[in-house]
Design a protein around this ligand. Structure first.
Ligand SMILES: *[C@@H]1O[C@H](CO)[C@@H](O)[C@H](O)[C@H]1NC(C)=O
Ligand SMILES: *[C@@H]1O[C@H](CO)[C@@H](O)[C@H](O)[C@H]1NC(C)=O
Ligand SMILES: *[C@@H]1O[C@H](CO)[C@@H](O)[C@H](O)[C@H]1NC(C)=O
Ligand SMILES: *[C@@H]1O[C@H](CO)[C@@H](O)[C@H](O)[C@H]1NC(C)=O
Ligand SMILES: *[C@@H]1O[C@H](CO)[C@@H](O)[C@H](O)[C@H]1NC(C)=O
Ligand SMILES: *[C@@H]1O[C@H](CO)[C@@H](O)[C@H](O)[C@H]1NC(C)=O
Ligand SMILES: *[C@@H]1O[C@H](CO)[C@@H](O)[C@H](O)[C@H]1NC(C)=O
Length: 416
């Protein structure tokens, strides 16, 4: 009787142990996901009442909240705009803007992030949102440099450090701008020591011409996931013009947008192509600061050089101790040049009258995406996803991308 019980107990313990081994391994690597531009919720308080009807607190700074914008758009600009003081971009006077480092699970079931979280939990049942799987919120108005000199990067780093250990190192993932943020975090030795893998999805390491549209024409749709813009198609006459006006004003001085402009490092083969053609002149990649000056964004024009900080990291090649995977779309029509039938000035321009296309993932050109390859080492770490599946904004929802993700995660789980 006693022997039998012992045997049964042993068998049970063994079965439990066997069942738990893979589970524990996977749970050993917490996943931190960095979403793309404008996806993280920003919250703000504004204490200046000349532009605002009243001081406001804890409002969300997000363009789809059109009704809020209509009620006080000058207030909104004042809240969202950055100022440049003591060598870095800071909140405008009277405004406090923050992002919660650990985001709640997105509420919309159709949002890319919600789908992605659900799929990941399905593939790896021991991942549970909020326990070992996190979406990181960050201040997407900032360039990487300013994220470092304000407390943004250290806040994100602290969140990773407190949820990982030397024996359970983390896996970072980032989409678009979020991939650049994660890469910048990996330049911090203490973060690097706690990370075993990084998966970059569609990281625009050398910028994209589509970043020009919001700054020049107030056009946002090319840069942010469509589901985030669904809320702004309200049946209000002139709503499109209003949203463009709001965007154009809101992105004035936005350091992250300057950081995403086409950038010379991506064109290191010696070319300096024209990316904007107007009624009176052309702007080459090397002339983006001049473009910013001509559209009246003197803040960004003066600080343009300082918004690019990743090139050293990319030139340095693979990140020691971190397995990097690069996934991006290829072969899709991607804007390389915007043609305007007006001269650009300090007022909102019409949408481009024509576009010139090259190849890329529909938003980011191939040469910019390809810079990610320099961070990888070993074979099978670069996935070029052809056709519609590789679309920049929808890439996280695609089954082939999820399948590649599963493989990468399985490989990373084996890594000690
Ligand atoms: C803006 O204000 C918030 C809240 O006061 C602060 O946490 C954040 O660091 C500031 N951001 C910048 C870029 O100065
Ligand atoms: C920027 O900050 C400086 C120093 O705090 C302040 O004097 C200036 O008025 C601010 N500019 C804007 C546009 O908020
Ligand atoms: C941002 O806030 C909105 C409204 O509260 C919510 O629907 C959305 O899921 C939030 N997104 C994230 C990434 O937390
Ligand atoms: C979610 O997406 C599916 C497929 O695109 C669509 O049929 C459905 O109406 C959407 N649901 C919501 C709540 O938006
Ligand atoms: C050089 O770069 C330009 C612009 O990115 C690209 O169009 C061209 O194909 C590249 N040429 C070579 C030989 O790689
Ligand atoms: C900014 O970069 C451009 C192009 O590389 C260079 O000509 C210029 O001297 C730089 N300006 C500053 C202030 O570093
Ligand atoms: C200029 O381009 C805009 C946007 O495509 C178009 O609406 C407008 O008619 C064009 N104007 C002229 C003079 O060609």
């Amino acid at each position: 009787m006693a022997a039998q019980r012992t045997f049964r107990q042993t068998a049970l313990v063994l079965a439990l142990a066997l069942a738990c081994v893979p589970a524990l391994q996977a749970a050993d690597s917490p996943i931190f996901f960095f979403p793309g531009m404008m996806v993280s919720n920003l919250t703000a308080s504004n204490t200046v009442s000349d532009k605002c009807m009243q001081a406001r607190s804890n409002v969300q700074l997000w363009p789809p909240q059109v009704l809020d914008l209509v009620a006080g758009r000058d207030c909104w600009y004042q809240s969202i705009r950055l100022n440049y003081t003591a060598g870095r971009f800071v909140n405008g006077s009277g405004a406090s803007v923050w992002a919660d480092t650990l985001s709640p699970l997105p509420s919309s079931f159709n949002a890319s992030l919600a789908i992605w979280v659900a799929e990941l939990q399905k593939m790896f049942p021991n991942y549970k949102y909020g326990e070992n799987l996190f979406i990181m919120g960050y201040d997407w108005r900032l360039d990487l440099n300013s994220m470092g000199s304000s407390s943004q990067l250290s806040q994100l780093a602290a969140a990773i450090l407190s949820r990982s250990s030397a024996s359970s190192r983390a896996i970072l993932m980032g989409h678009s701008l979020g991939a650049l943020v994660a890469t910048q975090l990996l330049s911090l030795p203490e973060v690097r020591a706690r990370v075993k893998g990084f998966i970059s999805y569609a990281g625009p390491f050398g910028g994209t011409a589509t970043a020009i549209s919001p700054r020049v024409s107030g056009e946002l749709a090319s840069l942010v996931p469509p589901e985030l813009l669904q809320g702004i198609t309200l049946p209000i006459p002139g709503i499109d013009a209003l949203v463009r006006e709001v965007t154009w004003n809101g992105v004035k001085g936005m350091a992250s947008l300057a950081m995403l402009l086409p950038y010379s490092a991506a064109y290191a083969n010696g070319t300096d192509p024209v990316v904007v053609r107007t009624a009176s002149r052309s702007y080459r990649v090397s002339q983006m600061a001049g473009l910013l000056r001509d559209v009246g964004d003197t803040l960004l024009a003066d600080t343009f050089n300082q918004t690019h900080t990743l090139d050293k990291l990319i030139t340095a090649g693979p990140i020691p101790g971190v397995d990097v995977y690069c996934m991006y779309g290829v072969g899709l029509q991607t804007v390389r040049q915007l043609v305007f039938n007006v001269t650009l000035s300090d007022k909102i321009a019409p949408l481009p009258s024509a576009y010139l296309y090259g190849r890329g993932d529909s938003v980011v050109p191939f040469d910019s995406l390809r810079l990610c390859d320099r961070l990888t080492s070993g074979s099978g770490k670069v996935r070029r996803i052809p056709g519609t599946s590789g679309k920049h904004l929808g890439i996280m929802r695609e089954s082939s991308v999820l399948a590649f993700t599963k493989k990468a995660l399985e490989a990373l789980r084996q890594r000690t």
